[in-house]
Design a protein around this ligand. Structure first.
Ligand SMILES: Nc1ncnc2c1ncn2[C@@H]1O[C@H](COP(=O)(O)OP(=O)(O)OP(=O)(O)O)[C@@H](O)[C@H]1O
Length: 271
């Protein structure tokens, strides 16, 4: 098995409700008078792909940031694998198994694809990259890096500097770097933005493979075909509030979602 999730490492996960890996209750994040996230309740099931959609400025990235710990919520409770993480800093959430990608991929451009993945593995396993090259587990770590590189489909360019990659491959590398942290929850912020159809299809295949490895996924995306085809369930945000939740077709048929976000393009996903 390529990646070991917490469940696979430890047998039964600690103390979590049946099937639920992440739970948000009344989560709020305000910027001055702006209620960017305004009391959101949400759950994520194990190995579920949850699409998070809504108009620009709806609060999607802000909500993701409160889950990853980049932002501390101003109210509410976030539980991950049965543990309250509401006030934990980002690095502690990462240690518990939450990894993310950003809207703009920022790899170490001068380093190769493989070195970028090794940094993720080194930070996870040893705390500092320099120790990676001295320790006796070098072969094992290199093998893990190769496994991840194979999984993201970048083996042929593993020795190329990251800065030389086109955007479709950069997005995969960004995901590979997140996988190096051995997460059980992966947060993807607009991974398909700017990709052509072929790149999107490849990315969708990768996301499905990651789920098959036992990893739960929250996916923010404006590409409706991408998110509707991939997601088991969709949550719709508008002005910081959850306005709808359900299967892709339920959400596509929801009059309020059609009014504030999907418009007529929702019809295609309504069957
Ligand atoms: N650090 C910040 N300081 C002040 N306002 C912010 C900050 N971050 C986000 N906002 C505001 O919060 C609101 C929600 O932003 P957010 O980026 O979460 O929306 P979004 O749904 O992800 O939008 P998009 O689809 O355009 O990425 C917006 O009005 C945004 O301008």
């Amino acid at each position: 098995m390529l990646l070991q999730t917490e469940e696979k490492r430890n047998g039964n996960p600690r103390n979590i409700e049946d099937g639920v890996i992440l739970s948000l209750r009344g989560v709020k994040k305000h910027f001055g008078g702006l209620k960017a996230v305004d009391g959101v309740d949400m759950t994520l099931n194990k190995t579920e792909i949850l699409g998070l959609i809504g108009p620009n400025g709806a609060g999607k990235t802000t909500l993701l940031n409160t889950i990853s710990g980049l932002l501390m919520p101003d109210g509410g409770e976030i539980t991950f694998r049965g543990i309250s993480i509401t006030s934990l800093p980002a690095f502690k959430r990462a240690k518990l198994g939450i990894a993310r990608t950003f809207q703009i991929a920022k790899p170490f451009g001068l380093l190769t694809v493989e070195e970028n993945i090794l940094i993720g593995l080194g930070c996870k396993l040893h705390g500092h990259i320099s120790s990676l090259f001295q320790n006796c587990r070098k072969q094992e770590i290199l093998q893990k890096a190769r496994d991840i590189i194979n999984m993201i489909g970048l083996y042929d360019c593993k020795d190329q500097p990251a800065s030389s990659l086109p955007i479709g491959l950069l997005r995969k590398l960004e995901i590979g770097r997140a996988l190096a942290a051995n997460p059980s929850l992966l947060l993807l912020d607009e991974p398909a933005a700017g990709l052509n159809n072929q790149e999107r299809n490849e990315l969708a295949g990768l996301v499905r493979t990651i789920r098959e490895e036992g990893i739960s996924i929250i996916l923010i995306e404006h590409s409706m075909s991408f998110v509707m085809n991939l997601s088991d369930r969709i949550v719709v945000l508008h002005r910081g509030r959850k306005i709808a939740e359900g299967s892709p077709s339920d959400v596509a048929n929801d009059p309020l979602v059609i009014e504030v976000y999907l418009g007529t393009k929702g019809g295609k996903y309504a069957s």
